[in-house]
Ligand binder design. Structure first.
Ligand code: PMP
Length: 323
């Protein structure tokens, strides 16, 4: 689908996957006006195909549009495009449990212009790819490096939206963490460098003394859809959960006192990713005491994936069936 000033968003169409031809001066190449989303379609045992909260992704796409000076788009049209594409491509979802069809809607600025201003032309595309199961067997804990040199986002910036530049800016820290032997980066706030924000492509939760806490959305953290689902689920289970400003120092103190029971990340890719180790400056926090399957992370993972795969009741109306 395209945007120009005369016609607004227009000409929705489905075409075979193929290379794009773009003018070398289109604005996305130079000024980074690019946003995207990521969601999945799942196949149930009885052959139905379900989307998980797709309306949330489409709403977040518009939030990203708003911050990045891209014209708002009719959410129903994008949702409809996603449904139609999944219907066409659903046979690509492999028949093994845990596999799914990843859906990537994105918008790029396509006006050929070297001046710095919001583009007057855009293209919205949706591409799909089958993805295998994230875990081959049981949940695998990740080792996380708490980044204290680089920052991902600052107040008033673009950290709360899904724009490509956020990911470009995070590559250096990810590279550094990997060189040091860690899987992912935990970002601290961009001002005081002490408050916890999020992990590379996940939000983060801590279970301290039976209570679950996750950083409050503060304008520099992405409002994850899995994060939102986990909070709703915990409330439904009557497990205390709060969104708060939380410092790495507080986490370390809880760890030293033996009160840090669990840490886990949440995101579309893994759903839940337990954190086994947090490395912060000279401190190593070894959190996982062996995965015996009895953790809160396991329980949440089981429940959300069961809803996604149509194996459990969906009291929240999170899934939409493709027909
Ligand atoms: N934070 C960032 C920076 C991400 O890229 C993602 C993945 N979209 C998340 C958090 C988790 O969001 P969601 O649960 O919507 O996948």
């Amino acid at each position: 689908m395209d945007y120009n000033q005369e016609d607004g968003w227009h000409h929705p169409r489905i075409t075979p996957y193929a290379p794009l031809v773009l003018d070398p001066s289109v604005m996305v190449f130079h000024y980074g006006q690019a946003i995207f989303e990521g969601l999945k379609a799942y196949r149930t045992k009885d052959g139905r195909v379900l989307l998980f909260r797709p309306e949330k992704n489409v709403a977040r796409l518009n939030l990203s549009c708003q911050r990045m000076s891209i014209p708002q788009i009719d959410e129903e049209i994008v949702l409809d495009a996603i449904k139609q594409l999944v219907e066409i491509e659903k046979d690509w979802i492999p028949n093994e449990e845990g596999t799914s069809l990843y859906i990537r809607p994105f918008i790029i600025a396509t006006e050929p212009s070297l001046g710095v201003h919001p583009s007057r032309e855009y293209k919205l595309m949706v591409i799909l790819s089958p993805v295998g199961s994230y875990y081959s067997d049981q949940l695998k804990p990740v080792r996380i490096y708490v980044e204290d040199e680089y920052v991902r986002a600052v107040p008033g910036g673009v950290g709360f939206v899904k724009t490509s530049g956020n990911y470009a800016a995070s590559l250096k820290a990810q590279e550094k963490a990997e060189l040091l032997g860690y899987d992912q980066v935990l970002w601290l706030d961009g001002v005081e460098r002490k408050y916890i924000e999020e992990v590379g492509s996940m939000n983060i939760f801590f279970k301290i003394n039976g209570e679950v806490v996750t950083p409050k959305l503060n304008g520099s953290i992405l409002g994850g859809i899995t994060r939102d689902s986990v909070i709703e689920l915990l409330k439904h289970w009557n497990i205390p959960v709060k969104e708060a400003k939380i410092s790495i120092d507080e986490i370390n103190q809880a760890f030293q006192k033996g009160e840090l029971e669990e840490v886990f990340g949440t995101g579309t890719a893994a759903v839940i990713s337990p954190v086994g180790e947090l490395k912060w400056k000279d401190t190593t926090m070894n959190i996982s005491k062996g995965n015996n399957g009895n953790t809160l992370a396991n329980r949440i993972y089981e429940e959300i994936t069961s809803i996604q795969l149509g194996k459990a009741e969906d009291p929240f109306n999170w899934t939409i069936e493709i027909k």
